[in-house]
Design a protein around this ligand. Sequence first.
Ligand code: ZN
Length: 315
Amino acid sequence: MAETDNGQHPDRNGRRKRVQRIKAMMRCAILAALFIPAVFSIVTFTHLMNLFRSTEEMLEQILASYPEEKIAGEAVAQTSVFATAPLGESVRIKEEEKPVLEEEENKIKIYLTFDDGPSSNTGAILDVLKEYKVKATFFVTGKTDQQSRLAYKRIVEEGHTLGMHSYSHKYQEIYQSLENFSADLTKLQEYLYEETGVWCRYCRFPGGSSNQVSKTDMRELARYLEQQDIGYFDWNIASGDAVSGRVSAQMIADNCIAGIGGKRVGIVLLHDMAEKKSTVEALPQIIEGIQAMEHTELLPITDDTIPIRHIMKEE
Ligand code: ZN
């Protein structure tokens, strides 16, 4: 048997070669198993990056062609209560709301207030207010006759503010001491609650907080009201209807209109008293005059009313 160059048996030589081939094939298979997925991953990654870039470009193009205010509106829409409204609509609502709010705040607020009622004039005053669709404030005293009891109810039912003036309206008694004042006011507050179901939280001192009659320090009474969660309101427009003797309706109306000049808040002092018939006569003229003025509104006193006070608590 012939020997190979290296002197090995030919059968053995052939087997070695086969083994080496198999080994080479296995190496190739292992390399391929590692290499192909790696190449595939790189290709996929490149594809994804290209796709991402082209999407970004597309978005930029869309945004560039979109008007700026709409983009701003969209940002607002996403953070505001109008988030679910269509884009155009949310922008429109915001534009409409702003001027309305500013106009409301710029209005001159006028409050018609009637002291000393109820009286035989209360019905007529309420009729005029109803005719002109105006709400006012009545600072009443304690009266138990049937007509007065119905008047308290009608004031409340027709949407006016029921305020307290004092039960007795007797200056010498109520201003004698804090005890007297508080007893009188509590009596009125409870009586009005029984009659109307309204727990009154607004008050006008008889004679105003600047009256010169009180024997008790008015600041002490003002502090007491604050503790009771009762707001007190003086006036900055005097109709002049309280002077003794007859005052013409024209004079009362002129005083009211002239008194408004330049004020942002006007609290008008009027009286609901049997002998003050000219107040009732003047009322249509007062309302028409105020309504004819620009940017004015007639309101009843509420928690939102900026109080007019003749004395300050710290004075
Ligand atoms: Zn009074």
